[in-house]
Design a protein around this ligand. Structure first.
Ligand code: ARG
Length: 457
């Protein structure tokens, strides 16, 4: 395709390092879409004839059918998807096929194809996140008032509801979704096609027409920028990486919750694996691999950033390696989402174990301090001190929950403490009391479940 000025063939290893067809054949749909828009425009502007355009359109449709049917022979000698499709087109329709590449270059072609692919993949990732949110909201709704320990520093802090914990991830995934979709909207702003190799083209092309046909808002206003920039992919990978990090945190919770030490939940058989040596084991491999994939998505971002940051304008072949990284990131993410939905939908929670864990570790100590502030007008710092002394008494006498400590022990520290105060120190009362907006009280969780359901409609 470019051999005119060469006398000898490239070395085998030259071909191997240069060819990208094994990776970029995934761009075939976008490449054909872009070529069809380009040919229509060339014909509309009289740069090629209507007959040539008809031959090109028909030929490209047949090639699309061939590829979809798995009948297309991709060739390494033809380097990449663009040259593979163009060569096949000429094979099928002759002369007219050779006119398709008028007024464009592979540089604007690949920038356009890859941008289209990334925009689509981002929208699909957004759909995946939405599906995961729905699975989480369903579980949150079913467990709005189930009690579990809330942690800070992974130390028992205050009792919370399981529904509230699950909805925290729904909030996180909503921001991720908005970021990812926002990235796709931003990418749709400018269409690179027609920027040609780097400087534009002398042909009287209509860039508005191709931009519109491909679903972009406008043609890119600077040809050097358009062919040499990949920030749309960088943004997609950065956004994906943040979402993958959130998936990884949820995966980490699943690993903890399903361990016999926590025993808060168990995974279904479909989402557990066994051990070849320890028959009792049920391993959360999918959750662990979601953690690993998050690291790889982040690494894909870092690698692409490294590729782009040293490049002078405009296109350099380094940019060819953008695709393997981006495809890997989106593939890893999609698989992680599917696995996470599977685990969440079929996970079973253990009410008694969670409640018992919530009651341990003097988790209702803050409730006593709050009572002292509210009922006795004790300054909070002082209430904190009094409560601390009572916790120490409980610890010293081996009583595991404040609510089980005899009233005499409370009154030994502060005689004003009543039975009514002691009665508030159950985990149920504790979560019910935290009914500020966005708080853990079951009625607040139910309110948020309804809000999410409305948003999903
Ligand atoms: N396969 C190339 C890529 O993905 C296409 C652009 C090639 N352009 C060039 N001047 N060699 O980046």
């Amino acid at each position: 395709m470019w051999g005119g000025r060469f006398a000898a063939q490239p070395a085998d290893a030259m071909q191997a390092i240069n060819a990208s067809i094994d990776v970029d054949q995934r761009l075939w749909r976008e490449d054909i879409e872009g070529s069809k828009a380009h040919a229509d425009m060339l014909a509309a502007r009289g740069i090629i004839t209507q007959e040539d355009n008809q031959a090109i359109q028909g030929g490209l449709d047949q090639i699309a059918a061939e590829i979809a049917a798995g009948e297309f022979k991709f060739s390494t000698e033809l380097e990449d998807i663009h040259l593979n499709i163009e060569a096949r087109l000429t094979e099928r329709i002759g002369e007219a096929g050779k006119r398709l590449h008028t007024g464009r270059s592979r540089n604007d072609q690949v920038a356009t194809d890859f941008k289209l692919w990334t925009m689509r993949a981002a929208r699909e990732a957004g759909d995946g996140l939405r599906a995961l949110q729905k699975a989480l909201v369903k579980q949150a709704s079913a467990h709005a008032d189930w009690i579990m320990p809330g942690f800070t520093h992974l130390q028992t802090a205050q009792p919370i509801t399981l529904g509230h914990h699950l909805l925290a991830y729904v909030s996180m995934f909503e921001r991720d979704r908005v970021r990812i979709i926002g990235g796709a909207l931003e990418a749709a702003w400018e269409c690179p096609l027609g920027s040609a190799a780097l400087a534009g083209t002398p042909y009287p092309i209509d860039r508005e027409m191709t931009a519109q046909a491909l679903g972009f808002h406008a043609p890119a206003s600077n040809s050097l920028d358009a062919v040499g920039s990949r920030d749309f992919a960088l943004a997609a990978l950065a956004n994906l990486s943040i979402a993958a990090t959130h998936l990884s945190r949820l995966a980490e919770e699943i690993v903890l919750w399903t361990s016999p030490q926590f025993a808060f939940a168990s995974l279904s058989d479909a989402w557990s694996t066994g051990s070849s040596i320890m028959p009792q084991k049920r391993n959360p491999d999918a959750a662990e691999l979601i953690r690993a994939k998050a690291a790889r998505v982040g690494a894909d971002f870092a690698a692409l950033n490294g590729i782009v940051q040293k490049l002078p304008l405009a296109y350099a072949k380094d940019l060819q390696d953008d695709k393997a990284l981006t495809f890997n990131a989106f593939d890893s993410f999609a698989l992680s989402i599917t696995a996470m939905i599977g685990m969440i939908e079929t996970m079973r929670f253990k009410r008694e174990a969670m409640r018992a864990a919530a009651a341990r570790g003097y988790s209702t100590a803050t409730d006593l301090a709050d009572w002292l502030v509210r009922e006795l007008k004790v300054p909070f710092r002082e209430a904190h001190e009094i409560t601390g002394k009572i916790v120490r008494r409980a610890e010293d006498s081996g009583v595991s929950e404040l609510g089980l400590l005899p009233i005499e022990d409370f009154q030994a520290v502060d005689p004003r403490i009543t039975d009514a105060a002691r009665g508030l120190l159950t985990v149920e009362k504790s979560v019910e009391s935290r009914d500020s907006y966005g708080g853990t009280a079951p009625q607040r969780v139910r309110e948020q479940v309804e809000r999410w359901k409305e948003m999903f409609e």
